[in-house]
Write a protein that binds this ligand. Structure first.
Ligand code: RI2
Length: 316
């Protein structure tokens, strides 16, 4: 039986009350950690089985951001190792809770480190464009600002859910100079943009980046305008299964995020589509900034191989 807290986190992630690839990964890990602490399981094995099914539920909340299965798999792999070593119930509870805390701390530190590494790329007088709402991209811009650099930020609205407004408010409250533009105005503004900085929901082994819908159009026009295109991605955004040739599934969300139901009723013959993400090919990306350093997209596979030395043992 799925616990109430797992159901609740599932609903919050699915409904995008908790959103952003890093945040959903931490929410899932934290939920597994508290499940271990509060579970009524009567043996270590029972707790492990409970954790595994909770993990499956959480992973199914959203299909694209690989940070979600990566965080769940991290916690479950620690539990599995402890079970195999013969841990008792109390030992399992502690190990799972520690793994969940470790994931959350590592994630928060990674975002800070990416901020410091990425801020080196921002210089006085820059015009930097960002899309959607990425903690890592925000970390880079905020760090550069704290370092006293003066630059302007352009934020795209990011239809249909307008997460760009969140980014614009956050950066503006922190004292950065921000201009919010409709997504459709990006090409008009791109001629004065020096750098584009975006986050990632998943990075494939060939260096392609899956991120909020509209990212690939921005990369294309940045390429046309010779603006640099930077992706900020913690290493848990790397998708290990892409090393085995698997594709990243693109989430399609409700048409009601695009048009109201009254409009749909009046226009029954119109098909409304709402893909949440798109894929930017590596040719349009200059660098991927991770907490482990900066990689050209074509080189990201080396980091992936280091993090996942036995791709064949990856669960598909
Ligand atoms: P951080 C978000 O997805 C956006 O696509 C954003 O660029 C990406 O996750 C990474 O965000 P959504 O959950 O992990 O808004 O950098 O659909 O915060």
């Amino acid at each position: 039986m799925t616990s109430e807290s797992v159901k609740e986190t599932y609903a919050l992630i699915k409904g995008m009350k908790i959103r952003g690839a890093g945040r959903i990964a931490r929410a899932a890990a934290a939920t597994l950690g508290s499940l271990a602490e509060s579970s009524k399981a009567s043996s270590a094995r029972e707790l492990y089985e409970e954790l595994k099914s909770a993990g499956e539920v959480l992973k199914s909340a959203r299909p694209t951001a690989v940070s979600l299965p990566n965080s769940v798999n991290f916690v479950i792999s620690v539990a599995k190792r402890n079970l195999e070593k013969g841990a008792d119930l109390a030992g399992m509870r502690d190990a799972i809770s520690d793994a969940a805390n470790l994931f959350c701390r590592t994630s928060e530190n990674a975002i800070k480190t990416i901020g410091s590494i990425g801020a080196k790329r921002v210089v006085d007088g820059d015009n930097v464009l960002t899309h959607c709402n990425s903690e890592s991209a925000i970390s880079i811009l905020s760090t550069a600002h704290r370092q006293g650099k003066t630059f302007d930020v352009i934020v795209t609205e990011t239809r249909p859910l307008m997460q760009g407004r969140m980014t614009a408010s956050i950066l503006s409250r922190r004292g950065l100079k921000v201009t919010l533009i409709p997504d459709s105005a990006a090409r008009l503004y791109m001629h004065k943009v020096d750098k584009v900085v975006v986050g990632a929901d998943a990075v494939a082994s060939n260096g392609a980046v899956v991120n909020k819908i509209g990212t690939s159009q921005l990369a294309l026009i940045a390429h046309e305008s010779r603006a640099r295109f930077y992706v900020a991605a913690e290493t848990y955004k790397l998708s290990p299964t892409t090393m085995l040739g698997e594709l990243v599934e693109i989430e399609e969300r409700s048409p009601l995020e695009v048009v109201p139901s009254s409009w749909l009723k009046q226009n029954k013959k119109v098909k409304v589509r709402n893909p949440a993400f798109d894929i930017t090919p590596p040719e349009y990306i200059d660098i991927i900034i991770t907490e482990r350093g900066v990689y050209p997209p074509q080189g990201i596979v080396l980091l992936m191989k280091e993090l996942y030395p036995e791709p064949d043992s990856i669960t598909l």
